[in-house]
Design a protein around this ligand. Structure first.
Ligand code: PRP
Ligand code: URA
Length: 209
């Protein structure tokens, strides 16, 4: 396993991912479970977030505590990335949120960019790029290019299911990107879908299938 690929293992996460994989899971359950998973994964992805020491006064005495050193910016790749944002915000309610609109052309599988709005000074913050699916890696690479152009040096990518092809594509170009996923699946099919995967995340989330 490459140093910058982190497969987050936890029975709760695996059980919830199984709910998402199930084709009989309805939209309401899908939304709720995706959000819960994102919250659980946030715990791990922020494990090495920079902090500094502060003094705290308890009702009894002074002691040392910590506070986050930098603001956090979440950048969902539209549309499916949106399904993970509320869960992350449960744990980091003050995070800023930028948006990158990219969809994958159904025939060529190439990314098409259609929207971009990032907070000012995003490069000074701890940035988490969010998309549940890393398939060919085209969408993630397009988003990473945009963020790198904004001067972001250290970038964390949070997904849910990754294909080996997508991980390789991202790390061939940007070996320093830290990829966090709940599962590394087997392969892509001839239409670029992850096997076993969970189908089209955006369609299942928004009912557009
Ligand atoms: C899905 C998914 C990723 C992309 C992954 O989005 O949410 O963004 O495909 O595939 P790739 O790694 O091969 O680029 P999609 O293009 O279906 O757009 P949507 O979220 O708007 O449905
Ligand atoms: N996008 C999805 O939503 N699912 C896949 O399996 C591949 C790309």
């Amino acid at each position: 396993m490459a140093d910058n690929l982190h497969i987050i293992e936890h029975p709760l996460l695996k059980a919830k991912l199984s709910v998402l994989r199930d084709k009989n899971t309805n939209r309401r359950q899908f939304r709720q479970t995706l959000s819960e998973i994102a919250m659980l994964m946030t715990y791990d992805i922020t494990r090495n977030i920079p902090v500094y020491e502060v003094e705290v006064e308890t009702p009894l005495e002074k002691t040392k505590g910590i506070t986050l050193h930098r603001e956090v910016t979440l950048v969902p790749i539209l549309r499916a990335g949106l399904g993970m944002i509320d869960g992350i915000l449960e744990l980091i309610p003050n995070a800023r949120v930028g948006h990158i609109g990219v969809y994958r052309d159904k025939k060529t599988l190439k990314p098409v960019e259609y929207y971009l709005k990032l907070p000012d000074n995003v490069e000074e913050t701890f940035v988490i790029l969010v998309d549940p699916m890393l398939a060919t890696g085209g969408s993630a690479l397009a988003a990473i290019e945009i963020l790198k152009q904004r001067g972001i040096k250290e970038l964390n990518f949070l997904c849910l299911v990754a294909a080996p092809e997508g991980v390789k594509a991202v790390h061939d170009r940007f070996p320093d990107i830290k990829i966090f996923t709940a599962a590394l699946d087997r392969e892509l099919n001839e239409h670029g879908y992850i096997l076993p995967g969970l189908g089209d995340a955006g369609d299942r989330l928004f009912g557009t299938e």
